[in-house]
Write a protein that binds this ligand. Structure first.
Ligand code: SF4
Length: 454
């Protein structure tokens, strides 16, 4: 098999545990020409804010940016579905020359009049940053005319990485949270941050907390509602799941309102149990919460162990490659795959920090490839070299897996089934089992190199 080489400028972002000195370069802009798997700043902000279902989301830019619609993050709503619409100011050549502020203002006024949203978000895209539209003052003007919060999202696509988009979204969310008038704390209450209700995951997690006796004030942003977000400062604790996207907001809320935060994951048996126990321990002034949590975890684990054990028989020794947005998700995936007897041979993320990669290195076996901000060729190269049976990633990784003739599991925005919580672990195991053991792989040139032309 002919091997491809990694671009020289990328060499410090790719390591093999035990083989190379590990000092990964990360949290930097993608190398031009390397065709990164990352999305832009605007997409980063969009995926965080989009699940707020009763808000208007208006993209100020050319129509192409609006391709990041609801369907790229299947965030479900139990009520309004305004978030499923993709609105754009559709800037054209004339707007670029003369400015797009008037168009933005009239679009906001027209849409607010027509759809009666509880708030509106106006997203800046690349070209808006270049021509210098004053989105902030347009939002202020529309807010004074309509009486609803109109929030600028400073997400010009070129100004950094997807992570900068998360920061822009957090700033817009904080702008909203800060408008809450009542400050009095609610007892035994939390906000859930970084949970986006993909396939209904928010509902599963909220149900756990309900059964524990913990009140969920707001979810940021799965099945989100503007009025709940305005109450968020009244919670006693922020529980942050997708830490890459939401730690910025959690820190701001800690500084402004004194709400402490913890980082958790609801993926896999260990991490879900740990998340619930840590919340229960935080409210140790109420021992009933811990008692209910113990009962909940015990019953849930008991209910899924038999089917997991059955699936594990076929999965022991199979090799998995993981490439996800935030590294925190990779930690949970490694633990969950170990539960199924599988070995992780590649682990990477789009937005991991040095600290994250240190943890990843500790968790992985010698020989595992660890990489930051990868591109399709690098992923294909190492999946082939490591002879992986399964690739876990998102929509952009799916074709890589199928072209290589290996199983794929979507652990990103587009999936329709919940993978969070105990039931989510069972769903995950089932999906992994189905794809890894599928007979289709006997019919494709699975181990033939797609990198070498015949
Ligand atoms: S904001 Fe810029 S990089 Fe992002 S989709 Fe629009 S044009 Fe592309």
């Amino acid at each position: 098999m002919e091997t491809i080489s990694v671009l020289k400028e990328r060499e410090h972002q790719v390591f093999q545990k035990g083989k190379d000195d590990f000092d990964i370069a990360c949290e930097k802009t993608s190398l031009a020409g390397s065709v990164s798997q990352r999305a832009c700043v605007f997409c980063g902000s969009r995926v965080v804010l989009y699940p707020i279902a009763d808000a208007l989301h208006l993209i100020h830019g050319p129509i192409g940016c609006a391709s990041y619609t609801w369907d790229i993050r299947g965030a479900l709503s139990s009520g309004p579905e305004l978030h499923r619409n993709s609105f754009s100011t559709d800037l054209s050549e004339t707007d670029i020359i003369y400015g797009g502020e008037k168009k933005l203002e009239s679009a906001l006024l027209e849409l607010i009049d027509k759809y009666d949203p509880k708030a509106a978000f106006a997203y800046s895209t690349c070209i808006v940053g270049i021509i210098g539209d004053d989105v902030e003052s347009v939002c202020k003007s529309v807010e004074s005319k309509t009486g609803i919060p109109v929030l600028p999202v400073h997400s010009e696509g070129f100004k950094g990485t997807k992570k900068d988009g998360y920061t822009a979204a957090c700033e817009a969310l904080f702008n909203l949270v800060d408008r809450g008038r009542t400050k009095r704390k609610l007892p035994q209450s939390i906000n859930i941050l970084g949970e986006f209700n993909i396939g209904g995951e928010t509902w599963i997690i909220k149900d756990y907390y309900r059964r524990m006796g913990v009140r969920v004030v707001s979810v940021m942003t799965g099945d989100g509602r503007i009025n709940d977000l305005k109450m968020a400062r009244r919670a006693s604790l922020n529980v942050v799941q997708c830490s890459g996207s939401m730690t910025h907001l959690a820190k701001k809320m800690e500084d402004a309102y004194g709400i402490p935060f913890i980082r958790v994951s609801y993926f896999g048996i260990e991490d879900t149990s740990d998340a619930l126990y840590r919340v229960a321990r935080f409210f140790n002034n109420n021992p009933d919460i811990m008692k209910r949590t113990e009962k909940l975890v015990r019953n849930q684990v008991r209910s899924i162990i038999p089917s997991l054990s059955e699936m594990k028989k076929d999965l022991v020794g199979k090799r998995a490659a993981i490439y996800v947005g935030g590294a925190f998700k990779a930690f949970s995936l490694i633990k969950a795959l170990k539960h199924l007897g599988m070995e992780v041979v590649l682990a990477g993320s789009q937005t991991g920090s040095k600290e994250d990669y240190k943890v990843l290195r500790e968790m992985c076996n010698p020989g595992t490839v660890i990489l930051d901000d990868a591109n399709p060729l690098e992923l294909a190269k190492y999946i082939m070299e490591k002879d992986a049976d399964l690739f876990i990633g998102g929509v952009k990784e799916r074709p890589i897996a199928y072209k290589l003739g290996i199983g794929f599991c979507d652990h990103n925005h587009e999936r329709k089934i919940p993978l969070a919580g105990f039931i989510g672990m069972e769903n995950f195991a089932r999906e992994v089992h189905q794809t890894v053991t599928s007979p289709i792989w006997q019919l494709v040139p699975r181990r033939a190199s797609v990198l070498t032309p015949k």
